[in-house]
Design a protein around this ligand. Structure first.
Ligand SMILES: Nc1nc2c(ncn2[C@@H]2O[C@H](COP(=O)(O)OP(=O)(O)OP(=O)(O)O)[C@@H](O)[C@H]2O)c(=O)[nH]1
Length: 494
């Protein structure tokens, strides 16, 4: 039976195509839904994470960096300001100047003491009366208005504020770049008598900036009120540049160089930068802590790619499972739609498909097919006498005999209630008559045993041979009618 149903429900290209088309459509829609769904989820996730990270950087990380740097600076820079302030108001220094700068050794000893005690890089005093530049080892030189290196002194001389912080090479220390705290020294009447202060190497601040840059992957630099980058960590390439002329940041420079500071965002060289600006009043500089968004998003971008790859794999698995399930159910549906449930033979629908394949082949090979139409004799009586269930058993019994008599390549179809239609390849009218006779004999010789009762069954058959479906059916039907008319249990040919 299994074999028979396979043969009779052979897949037909013409009928299967719409189902295959539906399946393809479903797979396309499903893959679109899944990929769009997954992509939307992954992208929304990415953007939400990006916004959260940006928020955290702008609201917490960058201000925190500024706070930390500021407190480190207070240690490294503000302390020298206090030392310089103390020197400017020191009675010894002022008295020594007022009393005529006698005994240079006392001044150098004083400066030496300051350096030793406070571990400063250098200590100095420049007298306004004599223009002498004192430092720990003696008189370094005499400052002059014409000397560009001494410009700072004349600037400090005319300043309104008590001190300035200046970054310059230090002549006394092989021109090492030094941060000087230049404090104005006044006599007891408030008259300017010179400038005193200490210097510290910028290395310490640079190390601090580098440490922050490397540890937190951000760029840190100081900008003066005119917009000039006065100090940076190494490799920033910004030293001495004017931020107003830099791409992206330049347009915002006016807003950035405000004492209230703030958070900013700008685009430069194809990437987005987040920036925190803080004014450091003690230095009169702005501290810029900046982070490149690309670097900060590298992590979540990696997560995005992983999510998309996983989504792709899940989509593939879902599509594969869906395709397999559809194919399985499609196969089952096709079998159900083309098989007669009672006998497992092909039904009329399957017959149309199979004959549609067989006849053109017969035409090509010029070998006719034979149509054998068979009908169980007096089946109504059998039904009436034994009931429909027994009638069904009789139909199954006859179907089994027919199927076992014919080749697998022949079409056997349940044509109607108790009617069977067979189409046999490469078969003449005579051969058809022979085969039909063989089946009639087989049915007659195989009575059905039922609960101790023996049911003798006979069938009548009509045979036709040719190449054309409609003609074959009409002729076979007429021949069957003739067989019935002639007393049944016999075969007639058209
Ligand atoms: N048990 C059963 N009966 C069926 C089935 N399909 C059709 N029938 C019955 O088969 C009977 C066919 O009767 P008729 O067409 O008069 O033919 P018949 O009694 O076989 O007489 P002849 O063909 O002239 O020998 C009808 O009573 C149908 O109801 C089926 O699947 N099972």
């Amino acid at each position: 039976m299994e074999k028979e149903s396979e043969m009779n429900t052979a897949p037909d290209a013409g009928k299967a195509r719409p189902l295959a088309g539906d399946k393809r459509k479903l797979i396309v829609i499903l893959s679109l839904l899944l990929s769009v769904g997954f992509a939307v989820i992954a992208l929304v996730n990415y953007h939400v994470s990006k916004a959260a990270i940006r928020e955290s950087i702008v609201a917490n990380e960058l201000p925190l960096t500024s706070d930390n740097i500021y407190s480190e600076l207070q240690k490294d820079l503000i302390r020298p300001v206090f030392i310089s302030s103390m020197m400017a108001s020191d009675t010894f220094l002022r008295d020594w100047v007022i009393s005529g700068e006698k005994d240079v050794g006392r001044m150098t000893k004083y400066l030496h003491e300051v350096m030793e005690r406070y571990h400063t890089f250098t200590g100095f005093f420049v007298s306004d009366r004599t223009s002498a530049y004192y430092h720990a080892d003696g008189v370094l030189k005499t400052v002059s208005r014409d000397e560009p290196r001494d410009k700072w002194y004349y600037r400090v001389r005319g300043m309104d504020t008590p001190y300035e912080i200046n970054v310059d090479p230090d002549l006394a220390n092989k021109d090492a770049l030094t941060i000087f705290i230049n404090y104005r020294v006044l006599d007891y009447q408030g008259k300017f008598i010179g400038a005193a202060g200490v210097g510290l190497t910028v290395d310490a601040v640079n190390i601090l900036l580098n440490k922050y840059q490397q540890r937190y992957a951000r760029t840190i630099y100081f900008v003066d009120p005119q917009g000039k980058v006065v100090m940076t960590g190494s490799s920033s390439g910004l030293q001495g540049k004017d931020i107003r002329s830099l791409p992206g940041i330049g347009a915002l420079a006016g807003r950035m160089l405000q004492k209230e500071g703030g958070s900013f965002q700008y685009e430069a060289e194809g990437s987005s930068h987040l920036l925190n600006v803080r004014y450091i009043p003690e230095l009169n500089w702005y501290l810029f802590a900046e982070k490149n968004e690309d670097a900060m998003l590298a992590g979540i971008r990696h997560t995005l790619y992983t999510n998309l790859a996983l989504a792709f794999i899940v989509t593939l698995i879902v599509l594969l499972l869906t395709s397999l399930t559809i194919s399985r159910y499609q196969g089952r549906l096709e079998v159900m739609a083309t098989t007669d449930k009672l006998t497992g033979l092909a039904n009329r629908q399957a017959f149309e498909i199979l004959i549609g394949q067989m006849l053109p082949e017969a035409e090509r090979s010029k070998k006719p097919v034979a149509a054998l139409l068979m009908d169980i004799d007096h089946f109504k009586q059998c039904n009436d006498r034994y009931g429909h269930l027994v009638g069904d058993k009789v139909i199954q019994h006859v179907a089994t005999i027919i199927r076992s008599t014919l080749r697998q390549s022949d079409i056997v179809c349940r044509w109607g209630g108790e009617e069977f239609l067979m189409v046999i390849k490469d078969c003449s009218r005579e051969q058809g008559l022979q085969i039909a006779g063989k089946i009639c004999d087989a049915v007659r010789n195989a009575p059905l045993q039922l609960d101790g009762e023996t049911l003798n069954i006979t069938i009548s058959a009509g045979v036709a041979s040719g190449f054309e479906e409609e003609r074959l059916l009409v002729e076979a039907d007429a021949a069957l009618y003739a067989a019935k008319e002639s007393g049944r249990d016999q075969v007639k040919a058209a």
